[in-house]
Write a protein that binds this ligand. Structure first.
Ligand code: CP
Length: 310
């Protein structure tokens, strides 16, 4: 495995996280460089994406590199039965870095075992989405001025939501208090609650998205109920509209509250929230560009001091 791969947020230390956030800040202020001249990056998306793929591709373009890849695996030889192993080995012959999204949990880890080319996990099933976490942390830091001692309320699909799983693990270094708001069918899996217990992270579970929970929060992290993860569509229909944030619910919220959402949203945030200054999800997605520029540099061993000279 290439040690510059990023498969799980637990692959990187607190110091590396903070360093990446510093570098994201640098790229926000200075987005254009030529430091990837001659480098080729593959974006292999076996699952749909708007933000992750396009922000990675924009990041490569803004750093002067080239991109190859696919956004629809049905157009590739995997539709003829080519294995993931063979696909990764072949693409590794062409590129310096692979950014990969796959519907199977563990697919990105598996990819690191069949190639020495660095792999960045752009989401593997319901497991992890570490680059989303870096942009989430950057967004939290920018809006709160700190990552420490915050109350973070996670709402919706906490069972299948890879973004909340990664964020929960990353926050272990910053003494968070979590509210988990979900119905029984979508509650936070036991392994993540055990992780909180082991790390001494405070959390409470709620079925109601109550005024008390909202008004205690520094961050509300809304999530979509992911139809694509359900094997029983009736189960999805039963839970898909349980949590819906609308503007009036924010009337007595803290001044510093910000609403995050990895996007795409469906019905869980009303459009009347969009103009509220506490809504931050579109800026959050924009932050993905800068966070991913920093992550690409880490994967390719590019020193930010060299970047600053270019
Ligand atoms: N947040 C996120 O992963 O969005 P996409 O599915 O559009 O990439």
């Amino acid at each position: 495995m290439n040690s510059n791969s990023l498969v799980s947020i637990s692959d990187i230390s607190k110091e590396e996280i903070l360093h990446l956030l510093e570098n994201a800040r640098y790229f926000e202020e200075n987005p254009n460089h030529k430091i990837l001249d001659g480098k080729v990056v593959a974006t292999l998306f076996f699952e749909p994406s708007t933000r992750t793929r396009l922000s990675f591709e924009t990041a490569v373009n803004r750093l002067g590199g080239r991109v190859i890849g696919f956004s629809d695996a049905s157009t590739t030889s995997s539709s003829k039965g080519e294995t993931l192993k063979d696909t990764i080995k072949m693409v590794s012959n062409y590129v310096d870095l692979i950014v990969m999204r796959h519907y199977l949990e563990g697919a990105a880890r598996y990819a690191t075992e069949v190639t020495d080319t660095p792999i960045i996990n752009a989401g593997d099933g319901a497991h992890q989405h570490p680059t989303q976490t870096m942009l989430d942390l950057y967004s939290i830091y920018k809006t709160q001025g700190t990552l420490d001692n915050l109350t973070i309320t996670m709402v919706g699909d906490l069972k299948y939501g890879r973004t909340v799983h990664s964020l929960l693990m990353a926050m272990q270094y910053f003494n968070p208090t979590f509210n988990f708001v979900a119905c029984d069918e979508l509650k936070m899996p036991a392994e993540y609650k055990e992780f909180c217990d082991q790390k001494g992270i405070k959390y409470t579970e709620h079925k109601d998205f109550s005024e008390e929970v909202i008004n205690s929060s520094d961050i509300i992290y809304m999530t979509r109920v992911q139809r694509e993860r359900f094997t029983d569509i009736m189960e999805y229909e039963k839970v898909k509209n349980l949590y819906n944030l609308h503007n009036a619910m924010l009337d007595n919220s803290k001044d510093n509250l910000r609403i995050l959402h990895p996007l795409p949203r469906v019905t869980e945030i009303d459009q009347d929230v969009d103009d509220n200054p506490k809504a931050y999800y579109f800026q959050q997605a924009q932050n993905g560009l800068y966070a991913r520029q920093a992550i690409i540099c880490r994967a390719l061993n590019i020193d930010i001091k060299e970047v600053q000279k270019s």
